[in-house]
Design a protein around this ligand. Structure first.
Ligand code: 13P
Length: 329
């Protein structure tokens, strides 16, 4: 569960560094070597964090990297539930979340208690829980999924009755791909994706009529209906590669993704889906982690993810069942 701090205590956690960027990067490099640490960064992190990471990727890819690493310390530049997943899959390793405030509104929209209520409403349904959830909720679920394998996970189950939690947009998208199953869907959303409307995307497409539209399945149905490709963030990299002749792509997900796409495809143009220079598809939690936080995380070995053993055991079962299913894309 995301840690809840009293306002007084939370002030103690903020450290500021006046070191210049080059010095911070040099110190991070030194500490990373000395402490045998690996830095994992989600595709939504700020550019300078993506640039110094050992691995960047989507939730599934980073979970996989966490299981493969022989580092002693995993510094997870992402949000709380991602660092928790790395810990659950590697209970013997130390996992650090550089910014204590890096939570997730979607993960916080479901609790073990609210999941119990939904289970009571849908007795006999198999619970499939999106990785954007707390360890405690995962421990109460049969299997997890990410946006990169949700369809395959649901198809892999030998039951026709699924309770999909907590993202209703992803759940609806999965239900459309697997119409043969009865899928009850929890009522959570990612506010960063849910803010985008089809009308806004249409206006952007009007400005770039030849552009290929790529959307994350956390977007609303009216957005998904306009998209040429619907996929996870790493799936977006593969999707761009499918269109060698296209020059422009409209990206309907958190704008950090555009940094990664520009690095990989410097000759292409990437436009935020809302067409807004400031970009409304902005996750405040993903953008909390800066270089100074990574430096302090390595220097002081903070903020370590700690979970109860029974929670780790339950959640690990749900995550390992997921890991046995191949990616959708
Ligand atoms: P991906 O797994 O596609 O990277 O998405 C993670 C996420 O939190 C989307 O909001």
């Amino acid at each position: 569960m995301s840690q809840v701090l009293s306002p007084d205590k939370s002030l103690d956690y903020y450290h500021y560094s006046h070191l210049p960027k080059e010095e911070l990067v040099a110190r991070i490099e030194r500490l990373r070597r000395e402490k045998n640490a690996v830095i994992l960064a989600h595709n939504y992190q700020v550019g300078e964090i993506q640039d110094l990471a050992d691995f960047t990727g989507d939730s599934l890819g980073l979970s996989l990297e966490a299981t493969k690493t022989d580092a002693d310390l995993i510094v997870f530049c992402g949000v709380n539930f991602m660092a928790e997943s790395a810990k659950i899959l590697n209970p013997e390793k130390r996992v650090l979340l550089p910014h204590i405030g890096a939570g997730c509104s979607l993960a916080d929209s479901i609790t073990p208690e609210s999941l119990d209520d939904w289970k009571a409403r849908y007795p006999g349904y198999t619970v499939v829980t999106y990785i954007n959830s707390s360890a405690e909720v995962k421990a109460e679920s049969y299997i997890c999924c990410t946006s990169a394998n949700a369809v395959s996970v649901v198809r892999s189950l030998d039951t026709d009755k699924i309770l999909f939690t907590p993202d209703r947009n992803l759940g609806r998208w999965v239900a459309a791909q697997v119409p043969e199953k009865e899928i009850a869907i929890y009522d959570g959303v990612c506010p960063t994706h849910d803010v985008l409307r089809g009308a806004s995307l249409e206006r952007t497409h009007g400005t770039y009529p030849d552009a290929i539209i790529i959307a994350h399945p956390e977007c609303r149905q009216d957005v998904i209906e306009l998209a040429h490709e619907v996929c996870s963030t790493t799936g977006m990299i593969k999707a761009v590669a499918k269109y060698p002749l296209a020059k422009t792509f409209i990206i309907a997900t958190e704008h950090g993704m555009i940094h990664q796409l520009k690095l990989r495809f410097p000759d292409k143009e990437f436009v935020p889906a809302d067409g807004c220079i400031g970009c409304r598809l902005h996750c405040p939690y993903m953008k909390m982690t800066g270089l100074q936080d990574v430096y302090f995380a390595l220097e002081e070995e903070r903020f370590e993810i700690e979970l109860a053993e029974d929670v780790i055991e339950g959640a690990r079962l749900a995550l390992e069942r997921m890991m046995a299913v191949p990616r959708d894309h």
